[in-house]
Design a protein around this ligand. Sequence first.
Ligand SMILES: [Zn+2]
Ligand SMILES: [Zn+2]
Length: 101
Amino acid sequence: MGNPLNKSSMMECPTHGLRKPSFVCSHLQCGEGLGFHQPSEPHDPELPFQHAWCDEYDSILIEEGEWNDRSEGFAKIMVICEGCLDVIRKRNIRVNEKNAT
Ligand SMILES: [Zn+2]
Ligand SMILES: [Zn+2]
């Protein structure tokens, strides 16, 4: 643990095998129907990992205006594999939710 990520970082998932890591808030990891938000800006090419968070965290993010200690403390970001992220997305995304910004 504690190794800095680089763009070729991989992780071993017990379900999906060797995959890229991605980051979700802890609520999404065990919740369902919480909403699913991802960054609107393109990924940093040096850190091409997916991030996702729930509705509640999204409103904190809007309030705080940025990722900071408070928002990160709330989110309790977890590292999971991309395959697991896909499962979480399907479980949390709202049917009527459009990616309209
Ligand atoms: Zn959350
Ligand atoms: Zn997985």
